[in-house]
Design a protein around this ligand. Structure first.
Ligand SMILES: Cc1ncc(COP(=O)(O)O)c(C=O)c1O
Length: 371
């Protein structure tokens, strides 16, 4: 019989699949327990906006129809939010979909993409899937004063070579939570030739302090090679529906449109995203809950004597000073699921998503017991 692995393209043969956070149901089935807590996938613990839930209920009986393939209403609404046109928007089945579309459209096996060490796991996967080369830039050192393990802007720019077609910048970055200031980002953009697509991944941008958020419209006007990705999975709490988007110049949006599936975003997701944009209070409440939870977790780590990375996301990477995978397993036995990050070359760290006040207490108690 033929080897169907060997028949796969060279890039795919070398691919390591993405490891998602462990589902609650799986843990409870394995241990025969209930009431476990998942703080492993940077989901919003508040749940979705009631407005989104209501619209899903209302539209559920209409899912025999295909969605609007162009996502007209949602694209128009996102464009209005940013002072752009619908032609600047590409909708994706989660922002992961966009990352894949950009790579598929712009990267060949002869070319390369740049991203940082300790950055989002999907970048190496999408690059490997098309058989292209990854130029992985060294991150800042662990003993850096302000941004340990963060993106090193200059090292990233210096990793661009003649074959580079895409650079991925996560701001803030997952799993570190670290960030680059807008002027540092812009300094990078100025050094990057306009035939290199800059993917600025803003999945967690709503959790950032306002002064750190980029001037999106101005930057898109200035940098035609800029593709900004955003998602409804995090602060908008629609991770299970899979919807995200890109903001770019219309020519790039047109290219992404050529490679996407005709109905890549579903009917309920489009409508729920639209309803979520109308619920500013839900966003504010989510951000406030995250701030309180972050302060509580950071104080708890200080009291326990554990160091952690600065974070502008809805998660914290904490240095547990021991094998993170072993500690993760112990926490599972306490019914608490966090994320080991050995696959991000951070074997002594755990990444914990900031939960509700109760979930955070539950995690800290389990952590103290397991250390
Ligand atoms: C940095 C970053 N980018 C993109 C995503 C993708 O999110 P989604 O595909 O749910 O929009 C994530 C999800 O965890 C992320 O951490």
């Amino acid at each position: 019989m033929a080897s169907y692995l060997e028949l796969a393209t060279a890039g795919v043969q070398k691919l390591t699949p993405y490891q998602p956070g462990k589902p609650v149901e799986e843990l409870e089935r394995e241990l025969g327990i209930s009431n476990s807590v998942k703080l492993a996938s940077n989901e919003n613990p508040l749940g979705p906006s009631p407005k989104a839930v209501e619209v899903i209920r209302r539209l559920a009986a209409g899912i025999n129809f295909y969605p609007d393939g162009g996502g007209y209403a949602l694209s128009q609404r996102i464009a209005d939010e940013h002072g752009l046109k619908a032609g600047n928007i590409t909708l994706g089945n989660g922002s992961n979909d966009i990352l894949e579309l950009v790579t598929r459209a712009y990267l060949t096996p002869q070319q390369s993409a740049v991203f940082s060490e300790h950055s989002f796991a999907v970048y190496p996967i999408v690059v490997q899937a098309v058989g292209a080369r990854a130029n992985v830039a060294k991150a800042l050192p662990e003993n850096h004063d302000t941004m340990p393990l963060g993106h090193d802007a200059q090292a990233m720019v210096d990793s661009i070579d003649a074959d580079t077609r895409i650079i991925f910048i996560a701001n803030p970055n997952n799993p570190t939570g670290t960030w680059l200031e807008p002027d540092v980002l812009e300094d990078m953009f100025r050094q990057i030739h306009d035939d290199v697509i800059i993917v600025l991944d803003l999945a967690y941008t709503e959790y950032m302090s306002r002064e750190l958020r980029p001037p999106i419209k101005a930057w898109l006007e200035k940098y035609p090679n800029l593709v900004i990705t955003q998602t409804f999975s995090k602060v908008y709490a629609l991770a299970g529906l899979r919807i995200g988007y890109a903001l770019s110049n219309p020519e790039i949006a047109g290219v992404l449109n050529r490679v996407r599936q005709p109905f890549n975003t579903n009917l309920l997701a489009q409508a729920a995203a639209l309803a979520s944009l109308d619920d500013r209070d839900h966003v504010l409440e989510s951000v406030a809950l995250n701030e309180q939870g972050k302060a509580f977790l950071q104080e708890s780590f200080d009291l326990i004597g554990l160091q952690y990375l600065p974070s502008m996301g809805n998660f914290i990477a904490v240095n547990v000073k021991q094998d993170g995978l072993a500690l993760y397993q112990k926490l599972l036995l306490e019914g608490v699921i966090v994320r080991p990050v050995a696959n991000y070359a951070m074997p002594e760290y755990l990444r914990v998503t900031i939960g509700t006040a109760d979930q955070n207490v539950r995690f800290v108690d389990a952590l103290k017991k397991s250390l």
